[in-house]
Design a protein around this ligand. Sequence first.
Ligand SMILES: C[S@@+](CC[C@H](N)C(=O)[O-])C[C@H]1O[C@@H](n2cnc3c(N)ncnc32)[C@H](O)[C@@H]1O
Length: 207
Amino acid sequence: MSRKKAVKSRRFRGVTMPTSAHPEIRKVKRAGHEPTIHGNKLWKSSCLLIDYMKKYPPEHTRRVIDVGCGWGISGIWCAKKFGSKVTSVDADPKVFPYLEATAEINGVRTQHQVSRFEKLGKRQLSQFDMLIAADICFWDELVDPVTKLVNRAVNAGVKHILIADPGRPTFTEMAERCVEKHYAEIIDYDVDKPIRADGYIMVLENA
Ligand SMILES: C[S@@+](CC[C@H](N)C(=O)[O-])C[C@H]1O[C@@H](n2cnc3c(N)ncnc32)[C@H](O)[C@@H]1O
C-alpha cells in the first residue's frame, strides 16, 4: 500500500508557505515551541491579504507592522515584494521561532516584538506607514482591543490599514465599527489558485 506524501510547502504569489511537514518547521516543533493562541499554522486569510496587496499595491509600504503575525507570512511577503522594513508583532512569544524559520525559507528578515494589541500605543504606531493583519479578531473579547488598535493607528497617521478575515461575526462587528467611525470599506474577497480561500478584507485608507 502506498502512503501519500505530506505537502511540505506551497508557493503563493512569490513566497513559500511552509506547512507543519516542512523540515525546518518540524525542527522548531521538536525543540518544544507550541504556540497557544492559534498561532500554530499559516492561516488562509493571509492569502487574501497577500493577493489583495499584489493586485492593488498600497502606495506607502516602507515601514509595515504585521499585528497578530503568527508565522508572519504577510509581513514576510511585504519584506520580499515591497522591500518593506517589517515589524512582526504577536502576544505569543512561541510563534517567533516559526516566523524565523518561515522568513529564512523566504530569504528575508523581520523585526519581532512580543506585544498584545492593547499595548501598541499611538507613539509606536506613528512609526509605520501600513498596518496589516490576518485573522486576528476571532473571539468576542478581541472585538474591543482590535477596534481600539485601529482607532489608535488612524490617530497615529498610519496610511493604510488592511485586516483580512474568513468572515467571523467578531470581525464583522469590529469592521462595521470602523466603517462608521473611519469610512473603512469591507471587501468581499476570494482567491482560487493555487490556494483556495475566501473571506473579507477591511480596507482603511487614512490619507
Ligand atoms: C489565527 S492566528 C493568525 C496568524 C497570522 N496572522 C496568519 O494569518 O497566519 C491569530 C494570531 O493572533 C495572535 N493574538 C491573539 N490575541 C492577540 C492579542 N491580544 N495581541 C496580539 N496578538 C494576539 C495569536 O497569538 C496568533 O498568532
